[in-house]
Design a protein around this ligand. Structure first.
Ligand code: BTN
Length: 331
């Protein structure tokens, strides 16, 4: 039995008007049923123009992250998005991915939510995820590698986000090592990658991505370090379209680099390189220049003392940027 999503698919594929009679013929339902489905779509926020003797035409699509809307914006190539779980509200899309990962959800599953009530940032921080304000999603990956071989995935994810943002908005999104996505000097996206593994086997890997899309403004204590796509472009972003673009880029990069390496493009997008940085190591405060990225994703720092050290985690402050003590969205 055709439902209102089938009607939506037909309207999407049609440029002009379609009569109620034609729609009832294509869907195999009565004209009264067509009218009911039109009303249901309108209630979901779709704008549908109706003109006597011409019929119906889709004129506006809401900023919905429903499964139907996400699916309509996938390029249809493949694995990423084979299984889409869209939720109005969840504790954290990473937690949902873990629950479903433990229950056997397939490689390439995507978990997206309008709101996260327990959104998680790096280093145990909170990630504020109010309804409608951002794109909060996680991808479940099942690579056949050892736990030590996953060092490229967060870097690769950041490149996919930059490409997706640029394709949709034209914004020059770049990366602050290791995987904050920034526009100018402000954070627009954070990535938290989680892992379930044994010594010799990765069960699954979950890059969780949070993008500030439609926040109109941030409170004063955050406005110098956090931004959103709406603040940058002056326009609302349709999150399902952005998600589709990022998944397309993600799949392309994943198929080429897997989880153990990352694209060279990372280095040209990374704003940390060539800048003065400071960090604390073994209780010592060090300063130097971010000189490169090692094959395992570590930041190579040329210190003032003349050493070249590899930094894999911890506090690195890049001159001119917000410090690591900010996750770009929490209050
Ligand atoms: C950071 O601290 O910069 C990382 C933030 C990661 C937030 C995303 S939103 C989707 C996914 N679910 C979570 O709970 N966290 C990640």
């Amino acid at each position: 039995m055709a439902d209102h999503k089938d009607l939506l698919d037909i309207l999407r594929q049609t440029d002009g008007y379609l009569s109620g009679e034609e729609l009832s013929r294509q869907l195999g339902v009565t004209r009264a049923a067509v009218w009911k489905k039109i009303e249901q779509l309108r209630q979901e926020g779709y704008e549908i123009d109706s003109v006597t003797r011409r019929g119906y035409r889709l004129t506006g699509i809401p900023d919905s992250i429903s499964e139907a809307e996400v699916r309509a914006n996938l390029s249809g190539k493949g694995t990423f998005g084979c299984h889409i779980v869209s939720l109005p509200s969840v504790d954290s899309t990473n937690e949902e991915a873990k629950r479903q990962g433990d229950a056997g959800a397939p490689h390439g599953s995507v978990f997206v939510a309008d709101e996260q009530t327990g959104g998680k940032g790096r280093l145990g921080r909170r990630w504020v995820s109010a309804p409608g304000s951002g794109l909060w999603f996680s991808i479940l990956l099942r690579p056949d590698v050892l736990p030590s071989e996953i060092t490229g995935i967060t870097l690769l994810s950041a490149v996919a986000v930059c490409r997706g943002i640029h394709a949709l908005t034209g914004c020059d999104a770049r990366i602050k090592w290791p995987n904050d996505v920034v526009i100018g000097t402000k954070k627009v996206c954070g990535i938290l990658t989680e892992l379930s593994a044994e010594m010799e086997h990765v069960h699954y890997l979950i890059p969780g991505i949070g993008i500030n899309t439609n926040n109109g403004a941030f409170p004063p204590e955050l406005s110098d370090r956090a931004t959103s796509l709406k603040i940058e472009t002056g326009q609302d972003v349709r999150r399902a379209v952005l998600l589709g673009k990022i998944l397309e880029e993600f799949e392309d990069l994943y198929n080429r680099y897997g989880v153990s390496s990352f694209p060279e493009e990372y280095c040209s997008l990374c704003v940390s390189l060539g800048r003065p940085v400071s960090l604390t190591r073994g209780g010592r405060k060090l300063t130097g220049i971010a000189a490169g990225i090692a094959p395992d994703g570590a930041l190579l720092v040329q210190t003032q003392e003349g050493e070249k050290i590899a930094v894999t985690s911890g506090e690195v402050v890049v001159q001119g940027f917000y410090g690591e003590n900010c996750n770009g969205n929490y209050f």
